[in-house]
Design a protein around this ligand. Structure first.
Ligand code: HEC
Ligand code: HEC
Length: 233
C-alpha cells in the first residue's frame, strides 16, 4: 500500500465514522424528551434524585450509565426486586446482604427519603434507554422471573429465604448456592406442608438427606418460607 492510499483510507474512514456518530448523537437528542418521560418528572422524583446524590449512592452503583460498578446497576431495580425489595435493602442492608461477600453500608436514610428514591427509581425504570443495560430487559425475563420480581420484597417468605441461609445452598433464578437443588419450580412437586416438614426435619422424609434441619427458623418464618416456595411453579 502506498502512503497516499493509506492517507485516503484514514481520511474517508474518519469522515464516515464521525458522520455516523454525529447522526446517532443528534438522533438520540431529538428523542430524549419522549424517551425519558419528561412530563412525569414530579417533585417527588426530583427529591429522590437529590437524596440519591446526597448519600453518594453513585460511589458504588451505576444508574443510566453514570456511577461506579462495585454494586449492581440500579437502572431497572424496581422491575427486578419491587418497591418493597428496594425499601428493605436500603433500610436494612446488613440483613439483606448478610450472606454476600459484597457489603452495602447502612447509610441511615430516612423513611421519607426512601420513598422519594423509590419514586425516582420508578421514573428511571420508565426511561426508554433502548434496552440498555441489557441484563435487565423486560423482554428477556421469563414469566417465572417476573413472578419472582413481584414476590420478592413484598413476600416475607422471600425475605426469610434470602436472609436465613437457604441461599448458601439453594439457588433461585441462578442466584445462590449449588450444594442443594435449585428451587425455582419446587411448588410443582411439594405442597406448603411438605416443604415445612422437609425444612424442619429432612431425614424424616429422606433418610439420606444431607440438608441439615433448619433449627434457626421461628414457626412464623418456617410458615412464610414454605408458603413462598410452594408458590414457585
Ligand atoms: C459502599 C458501597 C455502596 C453504597 C454507597 C451504596 N450501596 Fe447499595 N449496594 C451495595 C452493594 C455491594 C450491593 C449488592 C450486595 C449484594 O447483592 O451482594 C448493593 C445493593 C443495593 C440494592 C439492591 C440491588 C439489587 O439489584 O438487588 C439497592 C436497591 C441499593 N443497593 C440501593 C442503594 C442506595 C439507594 C444507595 C444510596 C442511599 C446505596 N445503595 C449506596 C453497595 C453500596
Ligand atoms: C447446608 C446446605 C443447605 C441449607 C442451608 C439449606 N438446604 Fe435445603 N437442601 C439441601 C440439600 C443438599 C437438599 C437435597 C436433599 C438432601 O440431601 O437433603 C435440600 C433440599 C431441600 C428441599 C427439598 C427439595 C426437593 O427437591 O425435594 C427443600 C424444600 C429445601 N431444601 C428448602 C430449604 C430451605 C427453605 C432452607 C432455608 C431455611 C434450606 N433448604 C437450607 C441443602 C441445604
Amino acid at each position: 500500500m502506498t502512503k497516499k492510499v493509506a492517507f485516503w483510507i484514514f481520511l474517508l474512514g474518519t469522515i464516515s465514522s464521525s458522520a455516523v456518530f454525529l447522526w446517532a448523537t443528534w438522533d438520540t437528542h431529538r428523542q430524549v424528551a419522549v424517551l425519558s418521560n419528561v412530563d412525569k418528572l414530579s417533585d417527588r422524583v426530583v427529591a429522590g434524585k437529590r437524596a440519591f446524590e446526597k448519600y453518594n449512592c453513585n460511589d458504588c452503583h451505576t444508574i443510566l450509565g453514570f456511577g461506579a460498578y462495585y454494586a449492581p446497576d440500579l437502572t431497572r431495580v424496581v422491575q427486578r426486586i419491587g418497591d418493597d425489595g428496594v425499601r428493605f435493602r436500603i433500610k436494612n442492608p446488613e440483613k439483606a446482604f448478610a450472606n454476600s461477600w459484597r457489603k452495602m453500608p447502612d447509610l441511615h436514610v430516612s423513611d421519607a427519603e426512601i420513598e422519594d428514591m423509590v419514586a425516582f427509581f420508578h421514573w428511571v425504570n420508565e426511561v426508554n434507554n433502548n434496552d440498555w443495560p441489557p441484563q435487565d430487559s423486560k423482554k428477556r425475563m421469563s414469566r417465572g422471573e417476573q413472578a419472582m420480581v413481584a414476590t420478592v420484597g413484598v413476600s416475607p417468605g422471600a425475605a426469610v429465604f434470602q436472609t436465613k441461609g437457604c441461599m448458601n445452598c439453594h439457588s433461585l433464578h441462578g442466584t445462590g448456592g449449588t450444594f442443594g437443588p435449585a428451587l425455582d419450580t419446587i411448588g410443582r412437586r411439594l405442597s406448603m406442608e411438605q416443604i415445612e416438614h422437609y425444612v424442619q426435619d429432612p431425614k424424616s422424609v429422606n433418610p439420606k438427606a444431607q440438608m441439615p434441619p433448619q433449627k434457626e427458623l421461628s414457626a412464623r418464618e418456617l410458615e412464610e418460607v414454605a408458603k413462598f416456595l410452594s408458590s414457585l411453579k
